[in-house]
Design a protein. Structure first.
Length: 141
């Protein structure tokens, strides 16, 4: 004689396993694409820092020799930042205020795993500054 099973727990176990699998896939997508976002932001920050440092080297030498004050040539500094960005194929902007150069870099980051659920891509932006100086004799605050 064969006995029939009266409790049907097989459907619940299958539903639970499917839910756990979907949850694990979601976590993998968040970790993978989240890492891509963090990496893209770090790279944009590095590029913005480099462009700002390149621009901060465009000191008005005539003004420096006459007064001893470090003054940037705004057009040359902005052009140096743009040239740095163009060399790396990056998109960004630069502005000069006094002896401070501000560079902003934006990057489009593709999210292939989250793209499966419609998230697509995101833009990350980094802004960095550099200040022109004529030698350093003490740490800045």
């Amino acid at each position: 004689m064969t006995r029939r099973r009266t409790d049907d727990a097989g459907g619940i176990a299958t539903t639970f396993a499917a839910g756990v699998a979907i949850g694990l896939i979601a976590v993998i997508a968040l970790v993978g694409d989240g890492g891509r976002l963090l990496s893209g932001r770090r790279q944009a920050s590095d590029v913005a820092s480099g462009a700002a440092r390149a621009a901060a080297q465009e000191v008005d030498l005539q003004a420096f020799r006459q007064t001893g004050d470090v003054v940037l040539e705004p057009d040359a500094a902005a052009a140096a930042a743009r040239a740095y960005l163009n060399t790396l194929g990056e998109d960004g902007s630069a502005s000069v205020t006094g002896d401070v150069v501000t560079v902003t870099v934006s990057r489009q980051i593709d999210l292939p795993l989250l793209g499966l659920v419609g998230v697509g891509s995101r833009t990350v932006t980094a802004t960095r500054q550099a200040r022109a100086a004529a030698g350093i004799d003490q740490a800045e605050d």
